[in-house]
Each structure stands twice: as C-alpha cells, then as structure tokens.
Design a protein around this ligand. Structure first.
Ligand code: UDP
Ligand code: MG
Length: 325
C-alpha cells in the first residue's frame, strides 16, 4: 500500500524510549490522517532494544524493525532505513525522545506543498550540555562556509526529505552530520529549515563522545574532496603531479645549461651534489611521478567503485520479511 510518510529511526541502546516514541508517532499520524510506516533500525544494540522493537512491531503493523548485525554507527543505520523507505516523504528522527513527533505534519507539508527537497530541523533552543552546544556552533559555521548551504543546525536528527533524495544519496562513516551538504552536492538545492522543539534526553546517555569532532572533521574533508574528485581523481593528483614534475624538469635543465655555460667560459664550476637546487629538483621529480601515479590508480579504482557501506541486515520483523525479499 502507498505510504505518505516513512519515519526512519536509528537506535542504539534506547530500550526505555521506544514504546513511548512509537505510541506518540502513531497518535500524530492518525490525527492527521497520514498513511505511514515507522522503520526502526536497531544499530546492533546490546540492551533489550530489539526485543522491544519486535514487541511493538507485533502490535502495530505500521512499525517495521530492522536489526543490523553489529554497531555500525548512525550513518549506516540511516542509510539502511533510507534504502527500505517507501513513503513519499521520509522523515528521520532520533530515538531518544529529544525530537518531537509533533513536528512531523509540518515537516511533511513543507516537502509536499512548499516544494522543498529537504527540510532540516533547527534546535533553536537546545537542551544539551555546553560542551556540546559551543563546538556545535563552530561546526555549523564551518560547514555553512564550506557547503554554501545556509542552515543553522546541520546535525539536527529531525529532518524530512522527498523520497527521491534519500534514494540518491549515500551516507557512511560519520556523514549523517552533513546530509544537507551531500544533498546539495547531488543537485537537491531546495533546502529549507524549520525551528523545532528540543527536549533534554529523557533516558539513557548520549552515544557520541569526543571522537565525534575528529571523525566529523575528517568526514567534512572527505565529502568536499570526494564529491569534487570522485569520478576524476586524475584531475586532482594529475594537476599537482604535473606541476611538481615540470618544476623539477625546468630546474634540472637550468642546472645542466648553467654547467655547460660555466665550463665553456671557464668559470668556477660547482659539483651538482653541492647545489641545494639539485636536491629540490630531484624531490620534485619523484613526488611528481608519484602523484601522477596516485591519480592514475585512483582513476582505475573510480571506474570500478561500488558501494561504500558494507553492513548486513541480520533480522527483520515479520511484516517486513514477508513484504520484501
Ligand atoms: N545512534 C545509532 N548508532 C550509534 C549511535 C547513535 O543509531 O552508533 C542513534 C541513537 O540511538 C539516537 C541517535 O542516533 O537515536 C542520536 O544519538 P544521540 O542521541 O546519542 O546523539 P546526541 O543527541 O547526543 O547528539
Ligand atoms: Mg540525542
């Protein structure tokens, strides 16, 4: 049956909040007459989350559960949900009740009626510790600058997408923080923003520590780099390599010409090994060739590159099992 909305929820050790969350979502959907599915993606939880998911799925046919065979991270969990989602609009939210299901109808209509490709939540008033809010401001400023996408809160878990968008992007590593940027790079530039309510975490603890800053930053570099040179690594490495090689070549020629001239005119002649310029030229030539080779190898890899994610779905709840293969 056709669905208006797919709600994708990545979860890792969130046993306490799932029932409350799903009940709340169904209430909102029923009130607004929306046909929906909830995709609960268990990202290898170690607590009772999967049992709870199965129980909910048994009582509510709109709730579908997926369990990954280990913890892959939020990005992979989202990607799994994206691949399964069938609704016209796909909404993502965190499982910890920090995001409110009451925002769903508005996020849905911004896509369907106002024509946005993606609408990102903006936790204007946040209920998180200061150790998180200040780095987050910095993160948002840098991402805004690099991506050209004017959002205040890139990493908000609550977002809605036109289905086409999630089917055409690929999120891996820690890239869930940059989905608006990835979408924009893929041509989905109608990106909107909606101020959303934010709650303090009710149960459990945050799943992200300090490493998020390092990994997040590296992923930002990758996205920038990969989206520009994925299909043509030679443009990057080849350009640098050629420049370096040319520099080395010109210097070498200069050294030879200079020497011949000096011998010819019986001027003082220095050994080539006594000249710093010689070593510089040598390094430039070698580095140039190496960069060029890297570009060439990259080019061959790019031709055969497949998917980046390597997750395995370990289990599905019954309805999902019978519906798809
Ligand atoms: N999450 C996940 N896999 C992970 C880490 C987190 O699926 O490896 C989920 C988590 O269960 C939650 C959402 O991602 O639903 C956001 O995580 P969290 O609330 O810990 O992040 P924070 O709000 O502290 O940024
Ligand atoms: Mg949270």
């Amino acid at each position: 049956m056709k669905k208006d909305v797919s709600v994708v929820i990545p979860l890792y050790n969130e046993e306490e909040s799932l029932v409350e969350l799903c009940t709340w979502i169904s209430q909102v959907m029923d009130e607004h007459d929306l046909r929906y599915e909830v995709l609960l993606v268990d990202d290898g939880s170690r607590d009772r989350s999967w049992q709870v998911v199965q129980e909910i799925a048994q009582t509510n046919p709109n709730v579908l559960g997926l369990k990954l065979n280990r913890n892959y991270g939020k990005s992979a969990a989202l990607q799994t949900g994206f691949e399964q989602a069938q609704g016209d609009v796909v909404i993502t939210m965190d499982a910890d009740l920090q995001d409110s299901p009451d925002e769903i109808p508005e996020l849905y209509s911004m896509i369907q009626e106002q024509g946005y490709d993606l609408v990102s939540g903006w936790k204007k008033k946040r209920y998180d510790p200061i150790s998180k809010t200040i780095p987050s401001k910095l993160f948002n400023a840098v991402t805004r600058l690099l991506s050209g996408v004017k959002l205040h809160d890139f990493n908000c878990g609550l977002k809605s997408y036109r289905r086409e968008v999630v089917k055409n992007i690929e999120v891996y590593g820690e890239m869930h923080r940059y989905i608006p940027m990835i979408a924009a790079r893929n041509g989905y530039t109608r990106i909107g923003e909606k101020v959303v309510q934010h709650q303090e975490r009710k149960y459990g603890v945050t799943k992200f520590g300090l490493e998020r800053f390092i990994f997040g930053f590296l992923d930002l570099l990758s996205i920038n780099f990969v989206s520009r040179f994925k299909k043509r690594p030679m443009h990057f490495f080849g350009t640098l390599g050629t420049l370096s090689f040319l520099f080395g070549l010109i210097v070498t020629i200069w050294l030879i010409v200079d020497k011949i001239y000096r011998i010819h005119n019986q001027l003082i002649v220095r050994e080539v090994t006594e000249q710093p310029l010689f070593y510089l030229a040598l390094v430039a030539l070698v580095v140039g060739v190496q960069l060029f080779l890297a570009g060439f190898l990259g080019e061959m890899v790019a031709i055969h590159s497949g998917k980046k994610n390597d997750y395995l779905i370990a289990e599905k709840t019954q309805q999902l099992e019978s519906k798809m293969v």
